[in-house]
Design a protein around this ligand. Structure first.
Ligand SMILES: *Cc1c(COP(=O)(O)O)cnc(C)c1O
Length: 356
């Protein structure tokens, strides 16, 4: 599909249009990507944004002062920061609950609750929330179910099919897949909701550029084979880490003793390639981050290159210490996004980085 690198479009005459007026409103390359992501997520309407956070922010613009949202307590730090430091000032209220436990979720509901916002598997503790159960509660209480589906992508998990109303993505991660482009998505089925989102998208203007839309389209062509390979690598790496004497605990949904394993098998066709693990000795963290050579010490995830991050100082620095401690995001926890390299190269790299 071509890159329509144009901000504006010529009109054939008065009251005549080719269907495109101005690229903030719509651009053919972005439109192609938006319909692609809608098809992949089993949705009717897709929207592409300049980043994952722009997509989350657009969803938050649907709400009004006085409304309350229940949010997964283990979530991307930037989302927490957006809610607490930006949207709270506009009068939207948030309660953070362990949504992997339905009772905790129900306890957090109030008369003013308008939506439930979940991330599953969660970042970085890999907790699994039962999407169908959450959507069931939300439907009976007339609330919107919003799912950040970044970690599994529609290749493995399609929340709209499970009853969710809004799906969000950081397209920067698996959908792009090459650590070279920022992007964000919203996908919905409901026409009224789509109209409201379209209005916010064209009014606020955080749209995805034509070239970036094209890069994500190209990335999506290999989504399936990348994820198959990344998942296979991740399972081998998780099992290897579990047997290492300096590793305390491994959090990977694909290990059959993981708390969320059964729910995950029911609602997703794969476990993804995100692993968190804690080392026994805090001093080892610095060594590992300094010594890795195949794996790159960098923020982000989902691309072809394996990346390792230290959530407490990177992705989750905006989360208060008390909340981080409760969740287990402590100074011994590392997060690994497993790439498509030869699995022995990844394991050997971890071996030498953990050793000595
Ligand atoms: C990265 C990420 C985001 C934010 O997306 P950006 O593209 O970095 O703006 C939101 N949610 C999750 C789960 C993420 O991993």
């Amino acid at each position: 599909f071509p890159i329509y690198q144009s901000a504006t479009f010529r009109h054939p005459g008065l009251n005549q249009t080719t269907g495109y007026d101005y690229s903030r409103v719509q651009n053919p390359t972005r439109e192609e990507l938006e319909s692609t992501i809608a098809i992949l997520e089993s949705g009717k309407h897709g929207f592409a944004f300049s980043s994952g956070m722009a997509a989350v922010s657009t969803v938050l613009s649907l709400f009004e002062p006085g409304q309350h949202i229940v949010v997964s307590d283990d979530l991307y730090g930037g989302t927490y920061r957006l809610f607490e430091e930006i949207y709270k000032r506009y009068g939207i209220e948030f309660t953070y609950a362990d949504t992997s436990c339905i009772h905790q979720l129900e306890k957090a509901l109030k008369s003013t609750t308008a939506a439930i916002f979940i991330e599953t598997p969660s970042n970085p503790m890999m907790k699994v929330t039962d999407i169908e159960a959450v959507a069931g509660i939300a439907k009976s209480e007339k609330l919107l179910t919003i799912v950040d589906n970044t970690f599994l992508t529609p290749y493995f998990q399609r929340p709209l099919e499970l009853g969710a109303d809004i799906v969000i993505h950081s397209g920067t991660k698996y959908l792009g897949g090459h650590n070279d482009t920022l992007a964000g998505f919203i996908i919905v089925n409901n026409d009224d909701l789509a109209e409201r989102i379209r209005l916010i998208q064209k009014s606020e203007g955080a749209v995805l550029a034509p070239f970036d839309s094209w890069l994500i389209l190209r990335g999506i062509k290999t989504l399936g084979i990348r994820l198959e390979k990344q998942e296979k690598n991740a399972l081998a790496v998780a099992e290897w880490l579990r047997g290492h004497k300096k590793v305390e605990r491994v959090y990977y949904v694909g290990l059959n003793d993981h708390e969320g394993y059964e729910i995950s098998k029911r609602q997703a066709s794969g476990f993804g390639a995100m692993i968190s693990f804690s080392v026994k000795d805090t001093s080892l963290v610095e060594h590992v981050l300094k010594r890795v050579r195949v794996i790159i010490f960098a923020e982000s995830l989902g691309g072809v290159e394996s990346l390792i991050t230290y959530p407490i100082v990177q992705t989750h620095s905006a989360i208060p210490e008390e909340m981080r401690e409760r969740l287990g995001v402590n100074d011994k926890l590392l997060r690994l996004s497993v790439g498509i390299e030869n699995v022995n190269d990844i394991i050997n790299d971890l071996e030498q980085a953990l050793g000595g």
